[in-house]
Design a protein around this ligand. Sequence first.
Ligand code: NAP
Length: 326
Amino acid sequence: MRAAVYERYGPPEVLHIADVPRPRPNNDEILVMVRYSTVNRLDCHTREANRSNGVAVSLLSRAVSGIPRPRQPILGTEFAGTVAAVGPAVIGFRVGDTVFGNTGLRFRCHAEYMCVSEQARVGTMPAGGSFDEFAAVTDGAFNALWCLRQADIRKGSRVLVYGASGAIGTAGVQMAAHFGADVTAVCGPNALDLVESLGASHVIDYTRDDFTHNGETYNVIFDAVGKHSFKRCKASLEHGGCFLATDGFRNVLLALKRFGDKRVRMALPPRYPRTDVVFLRELMEAGEYRAVIDRQYPLDDVVEAARYVETQQKVGNVVLRIADAA
Ligand SMILES: NC(=O)c1ccc[n+]([C@@H]2O[C@H](COP(=O)([O-])OP(=O)(O)OC[C@H]3O[C@@H](n4cnc5c(N)ncnc54)[C@H](OP(=O)(O)O)[C@@H]3O)[C@@H](O)[C@H]2O)c1
């Protein structure tokens, strides 16, 4: 089968297309013909061994992914496709089912076929669901849910999502709105209409206005893109408010401290329960969540796709077309 592989850490150019053996499902596994996957920030960070985040984080990244070279040569965490075979103990899936999900740090989705345990983060797609959209459902949403669940968001809570146009940001706006919050989305000028359509009641263009100087305060400030800081927005938090971080080692340390009645929250390691696959499917069926897709690339153009993701300018998600391209 064809797959995008890498044998050493480095820039997008270390990726190339190769013929590799098709995996066989173990007892409790399903074999998925992957129709679509995504290229996301986790793929890119892992491929470059997190070099851009400093030596300590890079060493940690290698400890997880392999020293001195990657143990798993196929990246890709998100998938949507068709069940091609099932292991003898599988009871929840049948050949022909359309499925979607997320393999996390096990990766292997940038290939025509991959195996996943039926106990893992995989679920069936609703009838009529499109493979490209369902491939992009989980990554941003899992991360947004992981963060937002650390705050006590209730109906009417005032939540500001900074970096609302990214994969996590577009999901964060929708999830906060689903939890009943009054959402303010902060993004660049090109995404203002989009984030409003996702459920934001107020939008702020960060190239024109600085929300830390407008006199408004929020119960929760969610930095969905890792570009803001607790220090800069502390005064914009209500009493008892919290700053939710997605990224940055400094936030892990700040989360251990108290700042009056204000807090930084960043729970590690992130937890992505498999029940969230069903939760997301239900939200999509109810019209309360959608995956925002910026660009699509064929598998052959995986290097281009990775280069684009690394610009940090994508709006929502970048999708990789796999089986259809074969
Ligand atoms: N996705 C993952 O698997 C994952 C997992 C864990 C942690 N993280 C971390 O979480 C953060 C967000 O990830 P992501 O995948 O959601 O990012 P992303 O989709 O790559 O974010 C891109 C978006 O961020 C916006 N942006 C860039 N710089 C900005 C700034 N200074 N202020 C406001 N918006 C800005 C861009 O809009 P403009 O063009 O308008 O600036 C663009 O729409 C990253 O720090 C990432 O490392 C990601």
